[in-house]
Design a protein around this ligand. Structure first.
Ligand code: NAG
Ligand code: NAG
Length: 284
């Protein structure tokens, strides 16, 4: 290589010498270049590789990389401990307003409902029903209003009809009411309505209502005599019955008798043979 470089210099020199003779100035090295012809450095073979230099200065901090992809779902952890019992909720009072609510019942033996239980008297009337001795007709007692209204009618008991009679208490031996003031007297009734409660229930053989229910009234269970042809429903007659004035006579009609328990298919105890049954009317 060194030899080639020397030859090359010689060649340049001879080319320029020829060019000068043809007056082509500027295309050849100057006098300095001619001096360099003799300034030939003979290079020695490459020395051994030097030691590694000291580490360079720390580079600038690179730009922030892009957000990586989310990792895979980890394994399911152990089941946690059961939480503590929460606080008890607030008790809310039942609202008085409601669509389709309200309980309705007949209070037998009284002329008015008990307004202290938030119950209003829809109307006051008198008990009626089919005649005690007749097999047919209606079997349930009616609370007849004191001011009847009429439709199309023909006065006179005629043709094939059913009959409506007034009703009397029928008390004798061991009655649960005061026989002297109540027996054979006409039975009042009242239609009762409590807007703040939605259902009513008559419970025979009970004087108290289930928890949460309101006692509307209570007394004794009554119905028709067991050996009469007429059939009647069981109703709850007030424990402190009123009588309708002017009804002192024994007119009969539909009748109300106290009811005694009879053992057999009725279990005794808890029932007792021959004992008069109580009753209570409850609403909720
Ligand atoms: C030879 O060349 C070197 C480097 O270019 C220079 O320093 C030196 O002075 C030159 N010697 C002669 C005799 O021209
Ligand atoms: C009316 O109801 C209240 C509350 O239950 C009772 O104390 C009161 O004796 C009742 N009055 C009548 C006439 O039933």
């Amino acid at each position: 290589m060194v030899v080639l470089a020397a030859l090359n210099v010689l060649f340049l020199f001879s080319a320029c010498f020829a060019a000068e003779s043809e007056s082509q100035e500027g295309s050849c090295p100057t006098q300095t270049a001619n001096n360099n012809v003799n300034n030939i450095t003979v290079a020695a073979p490459a020395g051994p590789k030097g030691d590694a230099g000291p580490p360079g200065p720390r580079g600038d901090r690179g730009e922030k990389g892009a957000t990586g992809r989310p990792g895979k779902l980890g394994p399911r952890g152990p089941e946690g401990q059961k939480g503590g019992k929460g606080d008890s909720g607030q008790t809310v009072t039942q609202g008085a307003e409601g669509s389709g609510g309200g309980a309705v019942y007949i209070r037998w033996g009284r002329t008015a409902c008990n307004e202290s239980t938030d119950t209003v008297t829809v109307y006051s009337g008198l008990a009626g029903g089919a005649l005690w001795s007749e097999k047919g007709g209606g079997s349930d007692y009616q609370c007849l209003p004191a001011d009847p209204e009429w439709g199309r009618f023909t006065d006179g008991v005629e043709g094939l009809k059913a009959y409506m009679h007034g009703a009397e208490y029928q008390l004798n031996t061991d009655a649960p009411y005061d026989e002297a003031t109540v027996d054979d007297r006409e039975v009042p009734c009242a239609a009762c309505y409590c807007l703040s409660r939605r259902a009513q229930l008559m419970i025979p053989a009970r004087k108290t209502c289930p928890e949460g229910w309101t006692r509307e009234y209570g007394g004794y269970l009554m119905t028709g005599y067991h050996d009469q042809a007429g059939r009647n429903e069981f109703v709850c007659v007030d424990g402190e019955p009123e009588v309708l004035s002017g009804g002192e006579g024994n007119d009969n009609g539909a009748l109300f008798y106290p009811v005694e328990a009879r053992c057999g298919s009725l279990p005794c105890p808890p029932y007792v043979e021959g004992r008069e049954l109580t009753c209570v009317v409850c609403t909720i």
